[in-house]
Design a binder for this molecule. Structure first.
Ligand code: AGV
Ligand code: CA
Length: 309
């Protein structure tokens, strides 16, 4: 039986690579994809998602549109960046999809999919958790249909990656965008696994990896993925602006959990300045699982294998 999966992403270049990666997984049945307008603008992100589904023969997988705006906006420069994906040679001439306003609302679709699912569903979040929280607030009984939530989010024993006004740098962006929804999600005490910066810091996008990937560009997905990743290397090469394989690492966890180290913890999240969105260990807090380590070499090898198609 394949694993039933729902994915909510927020349109970043590594979110789109994560969608591509999910589509290569043999044991996963992707029931639907919803998009959060966090680290993206929603129309270009829906366009990219639709095009990737078409390119890989998955045009029957439904897409949902998130319209909820988080509490702390992402920088506009980051949000605008991924539209460049839609202009790449393998994507530019694909049909753009229907009217972006015609997509159903993300929380309603999550409710429909969970209701109709024949079995428990795994949920992969590679952006903020707001759409899922909106869905669960409307239909709390559906919590029982959730097998596991795998979420790229948080920073527990390392610094965060938010650098902005009224902030001390302790938060990771996916939590900071909507700390209040994050608090609600952890309060629910569902089976929740964080893939935080603690582990994603081990997997930067490197030229050494891209060079290996380039030796297999006769495979269309290696060619396309190589182009996506090349577009992430215009970051300032200091620690905070290095581009990491954040979401892709979280996505790989679905396929090879045995390559990761996890820890059961009690944790909490701050919802106020100066550390809004900080996730921290707290004996009096909520139970969750955090991923602390990964076999880095096997992870990069896995990507090279999956994109050979
Ligand atoms: O904090 C990591 C999350 C991931 O879901 N995102 C990017 C990934 O999709 C936010 C982010 C942090 N630093 C960034 C980000 C950067 N330098 N550029 C774009 N997005
Ligand atoms: Ca993301």
């Amino acid at each position: 039986m394949p694993k039933l999966l729902l994915m909510d992403h927020d349109g970043g270049i590594d979110d789109l690579l994560s969608l591509l990666l999910v589509l290569t997984m043999p044991d996963v049945e992707l029931l639907g994809v919803t998009v959060t307008p966090a680290d993206c603008y929603i129309e270009p992100a829906l366009e990219s998602s639709y095009k990737l589904l078409q390119l890989t023969g998955h045009e029957y997988i439904p897409l949902g549109r998130g319209d909820y705006a988080g509490i702390n906006a992402f920088p506009s420069e980051w949000r605008a960046r991924p539209d460049i994906i839609n202009a790449l040679p393998m994507l530019i001439n694909l049909p753009k999809a229907p009217d972006p306003y015609a997509y159903p609302a993300a929380p309603d679709l999550l409710i429909d999919w969970l209701t109709q699912a024949s079995d428990k569903v795994t949920i992969l979040l590679t952006g903020p958790c707001s759409n899922l929280v909106l869905a669960l607030e409307k239909a709390p009984e559906l919590a029982d249909k959730i097998e596991q939530i795998v979420w790229m989010a948080g920073a527990f024993t390392v610094s965060g990656n938010v650098q902005t006004y009224q902030h001390d740098g302790s938060a990771e962006w996916n939590v900071f965008w909507d700390p209040v929804s994050t608090r609600k999600l952890v309060e629910w005490q569902l089976p929740l696994t964080f893939i935080p910066l603690d582990v994603t810091n081990h997997v930067p996008v490197t030229k050494a990896f891209l060079s290996k990937l380039a030796t297999q560009i006769d495979y269309p997905l290696s060619n396309l993925a190589g182009q996506f990743w090349a577009l992430t290397l215009d970051t300032i090469p200091g620690y905070y602006y290095t581009y990491f394989m954040w979401d892709i690492l979280a996505t790989s966890y679905l396929a090879m959990p045995e390559q990761f180290k996890t820890q059961s913890v009690r944790m909490n999240v701050s919802t106020r300045p100066p550390n809004a969105g900080q996730t921290y260990l707290d004996e009096a807090g909520y139970a969750a699982t955090i991923v602390t380590d990964v076999n880095v070499e096997n992870f990069y090898e896995y990507l090279l294998t999956q994109f050979k198609r």
